[in-house]
Design a protein. Structure first.
Length: 158
């Protein structure tokens, strides 16, 4: 099995859209009950936002020449608190049949290479606390907790 990572081309747009929509629910925590269609729509809105950014880099992870995952890297949006330059993984997805094959690791490694090439001092991302597999992958790749979003579910008004 051969894993390669390359820059996406316009021909990859349908793959990215379909896989991202299929995997978007994994970014939702148990605390937020949201219909799947809303999550898919949110992913499509994220794609539109990223396409408008000149600093977006889309990477495709392939197994034996077949697309198996993707990573969308933003390189022109500073950290919201410190305003320091950074690269930010806006979204990453690996097809279910290709998980635990090394595609995610290869995509992250290539995102880091791209960030270093651009002279960016940090590579950041967000992950749902419920997504243990993704958190494990990111920890193994050297990511550490920097901030934590805390949420409290409020009862609906009577």
């Amino acid at each position: 099995m051969s894993i390669e990572v390359r820059r996406a081309t316009p021909e990859d747009d349908r793959f990215i859209s379909a896989l991202g929509s299929a995997c978007a629910a994994s970014s939702i925590s148990r605390i937020r009950m949201v219909p799947e269609g809303v999550v898919s729509l949110s992913f499509q809105r994220l794609l539109m936002f990223c396409r408008e950014r000149p600093g977006t880099v889309d990477l495709i992870g392939e197994i034996d020449g077949q697309p198996a995952g993707f990573l969308i890297l933003l390189t022109d949006i500073p950290d919201d608190v410190t305003q320091q330059d950074q690269a930010f993984v806006a979204f990453m997805a690996v097809g279910e049949e290709a998980r635990r094959s090394g595609v995610g690791t290869a995509l992250l490694r290539n995102a880091e290479i791209e960030a270093r090439r651009l002279g960016l001092p940090h590579l950041s991302l967000m992950v749902s606390a419920d997504n243990a597999a993704a958190r494990s992958l990111y920890s193994a790749a050297g990511f550490v907790h920097e901030r934590m979003l805390m949420t409290k579910a409020l009862d609906e008004p009577a």
